[in-house]
Design a protein around this ligand. Sequence first.
Ligand code: ADP
Ligand code: MG
Length: 657
Amino acid sequence: MSSIIRLLPDHVANQIAAGEVVQRPASVVKELLENAVDAGATVIKLVIKDAGKTLIQVIDNGKGMNETDARLCFERHATSKISIAEDLFKLQTKGFRGEALASIAAIAHVELKTKQADAELGTHVIIEGSKIVSQEVAVVPDGTSFIVKNLFYNIPARRNFLKSDTVEFRHVIDEFERVALAHNNIQFVLINNGSEMFNLPASNYRQRIVNVFGGKTNEKLVPVQETTEIIEIQGFVAKPEYAKKSRGEQFFFVNDRFIKSGYLHHAVTAAFEGLLKEGTHPSYFLYLTLPPNSIDINIHPTKTEIKFDDEHALYAILRATVKHSLGQFQVSPVLDFQRDETLDTPYALENTKSVEPTVQVDAGFNPFLDTDVKLGSYEYQKSNRSYEDVFSSKSSSGFKSSSSGSLSSKMNASSFPSYSKNTDSNSGWETLYDGIKPATEDILTAQGHTFESEVKNETLFELDDTERNFKNQSYQIQKKYIVSPIKSGMIIIDQRRAHQRILYERYLESLSLQNNSSQQLLFPLTLYYATFEMELLKSLQTDLVQMGFLFETLDNEKVIISGIPVTISESEVSIVLEDLLNELQSEFPDEKDVLKDKIAKSLSQSLAVKTGTYLTDKEQENIVDSLFACKEPNVSPFLKPTFITMRVEDIDKKFML
Ligand code: ADP
Ligand code: MG
């Protein structure tokens, strides 16, 4: 029998290796930028077209290659950076595996122009799918330029797998930022589709961070600095109040290399303990320097994960160092974001002694001796009285916290007017049944009567005449659900999901209407975002304007907003936009309608009342009325049920046990 094992041809082996090294355009960007850094460049320029799908070019002024190396660099395991195994443990360069260029050349059209400073002429190489198409002597500037075109041209499956340009470009920016933040002494330029997006001059770390993330970043940074025998730490953490809802700005660099480490991330988060608002993440830019022989970089093809010799010690040092910095810069005392000022002791009473209340008890009182009142109505009136008492005293004494006050005005004044067709609360309640219909129709038809007959011909609540004025009464339980009696039993509405549905439909509608009204701001709002976020905002501009936003300025530096939709309050604008940008960073739909849907969803999520918010009677009523005026009241925009109904029969069954 003849043997069947064969060595794979180089171009096949390279394509396989490419699968590991090159996942998307951003992977090419990372490899080329790192090669330029390794070549000792002081200026590195990245040119991108169509998120890198069409073109990625990196131009550097580094040491260049001679004629032979210009061809050899595309061979697998061809590297000038290590020669013996021991070199792996004293790495000073980003690259060492010698497989990036071979991989890239296997799956794209690549062009290389390179020249060493002391050479008269340079070299021009064209290589496609691992095959050298041409190599010529050429007149080119000192340094190296790689052009990578039509990535994955020969692997359609991989090309189709790429995400939208916005998402792929976000990845490109991520890699650019990581390399640029690690190498502050090199000038980096990024040109995207013909326009300059970044031009970062050589500078110190702080200035580099500010240049990447925008002018406002400076005031957020708290310096971190520590030198021990096993590690040197420098860099910055952002003050806790600037913690973000997304994990965007979290950077560890180990010996000038961006790395990901869940363990070290935990150490930093632990240092912030008690300082962060729930659901927010601290930003940090930490530069760690360790002896090269105490780390192993060669555990992952993309070299973003590394192994440390003494992880536990590093954890402890890092946590203590960050904690110390936060303390030193007086951001440490626990900030209570939920603090309710109305509960503070007034200044004038601060040093006075508290007085014990005196309680008068009618020792002879026995409620069961009150024979004049029938038990049922006694209970009803009693609970009704206490209900009214509680709520009227709350609002008249100003006990109600200011946050629920603003919620109330928001709900009444802005969130609901579009549903004013239901100003008569009865008609609102009738719509309620339209809404319930799809959910309960089956059950009702099975019982031999249709829904319509139940709704239209009878009163909605089986209350006797004296109770009729309470027929729209609802109760809030656990500041989470609105419970209300209906003829067949009761309905339990999830307040947050219901409000999300209401807002979602409202925003969706306003995104398709022209001339939505907008409220002019007395003092225009200035907001600052990272360059990439500004780009995103620009691509959303038309939709946002349609909703009622007015932009006075929207450039790479800042955004000045002079008008906002009537449905959003000024204090909510930054939260709404931040959430929206977070949402769209990971997935930016190309399809217009899908984008609108995403915007409406994001806004509904940011602005819907939170679970745990107290709702007044009027607010509860508004939610119920508006929910059932919706096109699809049964589910939230995220397809979770907004309400459930419990029939009397179901309740009866529970009592039969
Ligand atoms: P590695 O970086 O792991 O050595 P690469 O495939 O990325 O492997 O590059 C192969 C070799 O090509 C490098 O070792 C280096 O000698 C050379 N090279 C790549 N890019 C450049 C550049 N921009 N300037 C000079 N030499 C380069
Ligand atoms: Mg390399």
